[in-house]
Design a protein around this ligand. Sequence first.
Ligand code: ATP
Ligand code: MG
Length: 331
Amino acid sequence: MDKKRILTGDRPTGKLHLGHYVGTLANRVRLQDKYNCFFIIADLHVLTTKTGKKEIGQINKNVRHLILDYLSVGIDPKKSVIYRQSRVPEVAYLSLLFSMLVTVPRCQRVPTLKEVMHDLKITKPSLGLLTYPVLQAADILMVKAHLVPVGKDQESHIELTREIAHKFNEMYGRVFPEPKTLIGEVPTLPGLDGKAKMSKSLGNCIYLSDSEKEVKEKVMGMYTDPTRIHSTDPGHIKGNPVFIYHNAFNQDKEEVEELKKHYQAGEVGDVEVKERLAKAINVFLDPIRFRRAKFEKEKNLVEKILEKGNQKARQEAQKTLGEVKEKMGLE
Ligand code: ATP
Ligand code: MG
């Protein structure tokens, strides 16, 4: 029997960061052999928040960054399909068909809509932004994915995908699985500034491609326990991003436990806790940097990966769309 399928991906709006790693990349790498994986570079989704020509002009460069990020964390293009959304135009057709199955108030209730509008100071959302999760449902269902490894912020989108799959199957006959969400070990990694989410748009990130020096500088400037004025004050661990990062990236668990104990007792300063965190993150990032340096040197690597991936994804898309039209009686 064929393996089950995964679809997940990223918007090419910048480089990948530590939040992506714990939210979804680690699961992608871990499940590569068990599932047939499709990793989408969602360039059409970029347009939901960035429509200017200059911003669109950044997409190609960001696609390259994303693929190098994928390869350097261990995603293997021989095992998994990596493709660019806009090169599979069938998805727009499927999205249009799906948009007839979803009400406007249902889309308005998706919590990320309010979050994005708030973060980017958008007062009136475009139709495209409102239907962001409908296009995403088309991406996921186009390849008939069973599992979608994403960060917590995306959970509500996959819920809508399931509703669409269910409704379609009920109305026209079964075509789609109802995909499950797989949230990463850290559901939402907070930002360096203490904001709830590390996010490209908020500029509060440690990127997988940051240098040792950049990591050190960023960590030393991190938001920590604001109630702590002197290093002899007892510190708070809960909700403190410095310790959330220690938990997520410091492989020396004993050191982390010791630091927590001393921090809560007012026996260690923030500077030391941060210095050790910077060191731990650099240990974590070193093999990723090493692989990136190797892949960066390979000529036309990105182009070759996309050429193959786009073709494979498009085949799947055409097959699914054919089935959809047939079931709906549109043929
Ligand atoms: P943008 O600001 O452009 O939306 P982003 O940093 O939110 O960028 P996305 O491309 O929207 O990144 O997200 C890609 C994937 O990474 C999604 O599955 C998302 O849930 C996950 N993800 C992003 N940021 C985090 C985070 N801080 N913690 C956990 N998962 C995250
Ligand atoms: Mg996002």
